[in-house]
Design a protein around this ligand. Sequence first.
Ligand code: IPE
Ligand code: IPE
Ligand code: MG
Length: 253
Amino acid sequence: MSLRDNIDQQHLPAHVAIIMDGNGRWAKERGKDRLYGHHEGVQSVREVVEAAAELGVRYLTLYAFSTENWDRPTEEVNGIMELLVATIRREIETLQKNNIRLHVIGDEDMLPATCRQELREASALTAGNTGLNLIMALSYSSRWEITDAVKKIAAEAAAGRIRPAEISQELFRQYLCTRPFPDPELMIRTGGEHRISNFLLYQLAYAELYFTQARWPDFRKENFYEAILDYQTRERRFGKTSEQIQQNEPIVP
Ligand code: IPE
Ligand code: IPE
Ligand code: MG
């Protein structure tokens, strides 16, 4: 029996975000080098993407590489970039077959040209797909994103196109790289750490957080179902009281 059978299809999160952590430790624990862990992690990506698509989750954001990860040893950074290009090339057919649309968020300018090119092509090729939206966070960090948004808004204001009084939460969102997507309802972090590591700080304001010891290469379909089931036991209150929620008052965050 699969945990999938216990999932309430009526209460699926529309958007799940995942910090895929623990590849390095997973490899070290097996006497291998860190890159081996990153390679093994690709199989987990495949499984989790498939599980999300099958369930009917609309958006899946995967944190694959942070702005801060550029400071890792060159060998590891290059290995991850090569793995990324090879994986996209190989998986593009599967994305098409499963009607999955690829999006990328992050500071593209930091990525090697081949990588950028590959990602652009894959995003363009899958742009017409209407199933799962797979959002890869690459060279992404929230502080970069928020600072970038502020810079753009300030430029608009300086040019007289925005009045400071007009700056609302709705307007601000339009300048984040996640503007086409709803906020995640569920954020999963694998690998045992209990922190956010500069991921979607603004968008996770009311997300349910789920932490698991499982290293990312060990996180497979059943682990994903387990996280969804845990999410389904939570009462999301958005600042209200439990009574208000149970009386079915509209829960607009
Ligand atoms: C996550 O695994 C993948 C990336 C950050 C690229 P790590 O490489 O951080 O693995 P640990 O946390 O060192 O085990
Ligand atoms: C977060 O993991 C980034 C990704 C999973 C891509 P890190 O391994 O970089 O985070 P810290 O350093 O443990 O906070
Ligand atoms: Mg880590």
